[in-house]
Design a protein around this ligand. Structure first.
Ligand SMILES: Nc1ncnc2c1ncn2[C@@H]1O[C@H](COP(=O)(O)OP(=O)(O)O)[C@@H](O)[C@H]1O
Length: 283
């Protein structure tokens, strides 16, 4: 099942590491150094002489005034959940996963949950009338507004994206994880969840630390080879419309390397995005 969005993806490749980003004069100029992950900062005249303390204070002040807002998308088992745990731990963003919100509705037995489960079992998108208000409501809660949000698995369609656009809700960066289909199926079938900690394991690639954890691991009802192929079809049917809506903030990240390497790329992107916001708020 070839991805039908290969052409759209290729246009998304991030600029080569070390490429100069066109930054208006009089602002902090920085570019990712080829060697390391730390951006090389070339301070403009206005910032020279500032000792680190005031600059750090400005960064904290800026982050409070306008926290980082991130969307992360990708095919089933592309690594969204795993990367969200690492992003949350480092950046303190509020992780909002549409899939988790739906599974919570199922677990509490609400009518929405009962309806949602029928769609989820077929690998289809749950209707907007259930998902949109659920996600909007969570996004607009004080913690997400104050700390910044990390939106995972939403929007998954043009209409879902438009529901946020009408509210003027847009991310600072939209991370699109890209993993070959054949790897996705193997990842889904071996994926397990620890119901006590919420940690995601894989029987082959990320096995549980001990027998006690192994004995309590669960498998999602939609994590079967048959269902993941349906979910992949749904993903490829919808992703192209999102690529166009978020083309100014979307960055494709290869998701088929190690968890640490994928996070290393994401971390560089988020730090750069945060730097730009800090500069804009502080200037
Ligand atoms: N934004 C959404 N809109 C509609 N349905 C969704 C949305 N997010 C998740 N779902 C439903 O929940 C299922 C699981 O989603 P998720 O937990 O994000 O897993 P994955 O990203 O691996 O598909 C999806 O297959 C879909 O049925």
């Amino acid at each position: 099942m070839a991805s039908s969005t290969a052409a759209a993806f290729s246009a998304l490749s991030p600029p080569p590491v070390g490429a100069e980003r066109p930054v208006p004069q009089g602002r902090l100029l920085f570019r990712a150094s080829r060697a390391g992950s730390r951006p090389l900062r070339i301070n403009s005249s206005r910032h020279q002489g500032l000792s680190p303390a005031p600059r750090a204070a400005k960064a904290v002040e800026a982050a409070k005034a306008d926290p980082l807002n991130v969307m992360i998308a990708g095919a089933p088992a592309s690594g969204k959940g795993t990367q969200c745990e690492l992003i949350k731990a480092k950046y303190g963003l509020v992780h909002i996963s549409a899939g988790d919100l739906l599974r919570a509705e199922i677990a509490t037995g609400t009518d929405n949950g009962k309806q949602a489960k029928e769609f989820m079992e077929k690998g289809k998108l749950v209707p907007d009338e259930i998902v949109v208000n659920m996600v909007k409501g969570r996004l607009l809660q004080p913690d997400a507004q104050e700390k910044g949000w990390l939106l995972d698995g939403y929007p998954r369609s043009y209409s879902q994206a438009m529901a946020l656009e009408t509210l003027g809700i847009r991310p600072d960066i939209f991370i699109l994880l890209d993993v070959p289909d054949e790897l996705l199926v193997e990842r889904v079938v071996g994926r397990r969840l620890d119901p006590e900690t919420g940690k995601i394991y894989h029987l082959k690639y990320s096995p549980p630390e001990n027998e006690e954890i192994a004995s309590r691991l669960t498998q999602r009802f939609d994590d079967t080879e048959e269902k993941v192929k349906l979910r992949l079809q749904t993903h490829y049917q919808n992703i192209e419309s999102l690529v166009s809506i978020y083309e100014d903030v979307i960055v494709k990240v290869k998701g088929d390397t190690t968890v640490e390497d994928v996070f290393g790329e994401i971390d560089k992107l988020l730090t750069s995005s945060l730097d730009k916001k800090t500069e804009m708020v502080a200037s």
